[in-house]
Every structure is written in C-alpha cells, then in structure tokens.
Design a protein around this ligand. Structure first.
Ligand SMILES: NC(=O)c1ccc[n+]([C@@H]2O[C@H](COP(=O)([O-])OP(=O)(O)OC[C@H]3O[C@@H](n4cnc5c(N)ncnc54)[C@H](OP(=O)(O)O)[C@@H]3O)[C@@H](O)[C@H]2O)c1
Length: 233
C-alpha cells in the first residue's frame, strides 16, 4: 500500500456492497469518496454512513462518480453487471493512467432475468476482463471481493471467524496494494488468486454462495486452508 492509497473512491458506493466497504475502510483509517450517478444520493449515503462510523480515523464523503474517482489512486467498482459497461464508459474521461480499478462485479444470470444461482458467460471470460477492456490505457484492473457478503461486511464486529478474499490481477504490485487495503479490514484476509483471467473462476463462486445462502439461510463466505502468510510484492 502506498501513502496515496489512503484515499479511495467507490463507484456505486451507495449500494449494498459499496456502502459496507466504505464503512469498514473508513473504520480502518482510509478516506473514502463514495460515488453515485446522483449527487443527492451520494451525499445522503455518505451522511448516513458517517453516523455509523465509530472512530477509526477515516472519512466518508459523497460525490458524483466522475468527481469521486479524481484524487483516488484506487477506485472500487461496485455496481450490478447490467450497469458495469455503462458506468465504465461514463468514467472514461475521469479515470487516469496509473489508477487501479478494483472490480467486484459478478456476472449473475439475474442481470438478464435468470437465476441468481447461475452466471452468464461473457465474451471476455469474466466481468473483470470486460472491465480491463473498457478502462483507459494505463489503468490496471484488479478483481476482488466477489465472495464477501455485503451483510457480513457491514458488521464492524465480525467476531473471530476470518473469511478469504481472492485478489486477481496481471500486475503483482497492484494486487499487493489492494491486498493491503483488504487486510486492514478485520475479518477479511486477502488471498492471491493469480492473474486476472482467474477472475472467471472467482466470479462463479458467488453464484454457488448465493445458493448456499438460500438453502442455509445465512451469508456464507469462503476460507482456504493451509495457506502460509503471504509476502505481497
Ligand atoms: N451485495 C453483495 O453482497 C455482493 C457481494 C459480492 C459482490 N457483489 C457484486 O457487487 C456489485 C454491487 O452489488 P450491490 O449488491 O452493492 O448492488 P446494488 O446495491 O444493487 O447497486 C450498487 C449501486 O450501483 C449503482 N448503479 C449504477 N448504475 C446502475 C444501474 N444502471 N442500475 C442500478 N444501479 C446502478 C447504484 O448507485 P447510484 O444509483 O447511486 O448510482 C447502486 O447503489 C454487483 O456486481 C454484485 O454482483 C455484491
């Protein structure tokens, strides 16, 4: 993590996953710029989250998506699949070379009227690879957070159980910076999931977890066993 990574943007930060992430990152000392298509929604979501913040040193502010990404070296994208392309096209002039885009999009079949326990195939292989095609040159896509339930993440006191977050990218240093942010959040452990193409597998896990959640009436996550501590470089 570099010192500039102390400020992040979350496009779609008014939603379930984005707002939970904002709360937990701010609670871990990060300054979070919540983005929305409407400034009123961004400001209102940020205001609500600030009332839930219980110290931690970070801040939460609300902005239009295009303004939120300015000044943030790491930009999270937490929007539904059906809105991923549209949102990235709108950000084309705002994202700049050197920024990291962390894509959490899951290509659930629900986006096209299908079941949330199934995924749809994308020509690029995964939603993350689709994102990489759409960002300006020099913006590195990192894929992460698919298996983390927004409900679990929103809980600032997750208890002793730690769940894993697969992090995929073709650029190792980008993976390391995002892993460092994830590791700041108690209850989460970043796991090196390999190159960006592995996102195709990680994105599928969510559909499986949604099925488990329906059958077990819970918010399941994943935990890999026998992994030694990782030296991220
Ligand atoms: N929820 C989870 O537990 C979870 C877990 C892992 C991964 N994910 C993935 O993370 C992404 C976000 O999930 P979510 O549950 O947070 O989604 P969500 O609450 O339904 O939506 C997130 C935000 O997307 C923005 N958005 C932008 N364009 C949109 C459009 N055309 N239609 C609807 N919303 C639009 C909205 O913000 P504005 O209206 O303010 O612009 C909305 O608040 C999805 O791809 C999902 O598969 C979710």
């Amino acid at each position: 993590m570099t010192s500039s990574d102390n400020t992040v943007a979350i496009v779609g930060g008014t939603g379930a996953l984005g707002s939970a992430l904002a709360l937990r990152l701010a609670g871990a000392g990060i300054n979070v710029r919540i983005g929305s298509r409407r400034i009123e929604s961004a400001e209102s979501a940020a205001g609500e989250l600030v009332t839930k913040l219980n110290g931690g040193g970070g801040s939460i502010s609300g902005h239009l998506n295009s303004d939120a990404v300015g000044g943030a070296s790491i930009v999270f994208l937490t929007v539904p699949l059906a809105a991923q392309v549209e949102n990235l096209k709108q950000l084309k002039d705002s994202l700049t070379s050197g920024q990291l885009l962390v894509d959490a999009t899951v290509p659930l079949a629900a986006a096209t009227g299908g079941k949330p326990t199934r995924t749809i195939a994308l020509w690029q292989g995964s939603a993350a690879q689709q994102a990489q095609e759409l960002v300006p040159d020099g913006v590195v896509v990192v894929s992460a957070l698919h298996s983390v339930s927004a409900v679990t993440l929103a809980d600032p006191d997750p208890g002793a159980e730690v769940q894993d977050v697969l992090v995929m990218s073709d650029v190792k240093s980008a993976k390391a910076r995002v892993a460092a942010l994830i590791d700041l959040i108690s209850g989460l452990r970043a796991v090196d999931g390999g190159p960006l193409e592995a996102a195709q597998i990680a994105e599928q896990l969510t559909a499986l977890l949604i099925g488990l959640n329906i059958r077990y009436k819970t918010h399941a996550g994943v935990r890999f066993t026998d992994l030694p501590p990782r030296e991220w470089k």
